[in-house]
Design a protein around this ligand. Structure first.
Ligand code: SF4
Ligand code: SF4
Ligand code: FES
Length: 262
């Protein structure tokens, strides 16, 4: 297969709080090569197009098949997984350029590597799991209809990549951890709330999740811009999840009111 000389313009940063700067590298790549394999070539010879010896670019990856979300970055300005971003999707002629930048809503650790701790913190806040007591035999679980399974299977495909958060105008970069619990939680946790609240066993924690969703930074802060659903690589119906949790929060608040709780 013919290779193409592709230029990678990369936004770099040597550590938290340090200024960012751009460097351009050139690699020979087949159109079917993914961005990560090009970064590996750059790491083996980190010399810029101006001939300056630089340091290998830092990035994260895991599965290499769009399952773990670790390699998420902005490619030509759009947030996506770099393991499935193929050279041929962006360039066809020698000398054409692809830009790589870190995600914009999480603190940069170095170069293209960001710290997505806030997203996982939010996942813990909404108790994004099915509680089971492994100390005794639980028997078979409750039955679910095929229709219920179909809805939840799609929601369960979320790989916590953070694309929906990066593209969301309401989800801002918040580095101060003391503000995490009152800043907008984003589509990722909203959809996981729907997933676990609709699970027959997971629903035992439904009110705890709805309490988070009805508080500061909860579902009502969604501005309905719908960027999230457009960038989700798993095509999860996030706007349906937002609407479903919005309705559930309303019912939860009414019940709470009549129960005499504030
Ligand atoms: S619909 Fe809500 S969560 Fe999705 S991008 Fe818009 S503001 Fe963000
Ligand atoms: S909902 Fe989609 S975009 Fe958001 S974290 Fe999950 S897989 Fe990624
Ligand atoms: S390396 Fe896992 S999604 Fe790209």
């Amino acid at each position: 297969m013919r290779t193409v000389k592709v230029r990678f313009r990369i936004e770099r940063c040597e550590g938290p709080g340090k200024p960012s700067f751009w460097e351009t590298f050139e690699v020979n790549a087949e159109p079917t090569a993914n961005v990560l394999s090009c970064l590996q070539q750059i790491a083996a010879n980190p010399t810029t197009v101006e001939g300056k010896k630089s340091k290998p670019v830092v990035w994260d990856s895991g599965c290499l098949e769009q399952v773990c979300g670790a390699c998420t970055m902005r490619v030509n300005g759009k947030v996506r997984q770099s393991c499935t971003a193929l050279v041929g999707q962006y360039v066809t002629r020698d000398g054409e350029e692809i830009s790589l930048q870190p995600m914009s809503k999480f603190p940069v650790v170095r170069d293209l590597l960001v710290d997505r701790e806030r997203m996982f913190h939010n996942q813990k806040r909404i108790k994004g799991w099915v509680p089971i007591d492994g100390t005794y035999h639980l028997g078979s679980g409750p039955k679910e209809t095929p229709e219920q399974q179909e809805v939840r299977y799609k929601l369960s495909e979320c790989m916590s990549c953070g694309c929906c958060l990066d593209a969301c105008p309401q989800f801002e970069k918040v580095e101060d951890k003391s503000e995490w619990d009152t800043s907008f939680i984003g589509a990722h946790s909203i959809s996981l709330t729907r997933l676990f609240n609709s699970h027959p066993t997971g629903s035992v924690l439904a009110n705890d999740r709805l309490e988070v969703m009805s508080g500061a930074g909860g579902v009502s802060e969604c501005g309905n811009a719908q960027n999230c659903v457009k960038v989700c690589p798993k095509e999860i119906p996030l706007t349906e999840s937002i609407a479903a949790i919005g309705r559930a929060v309303t019912v939860y608040r009414v019940k709470k009111f009549f129960a005499g709780k504030k």
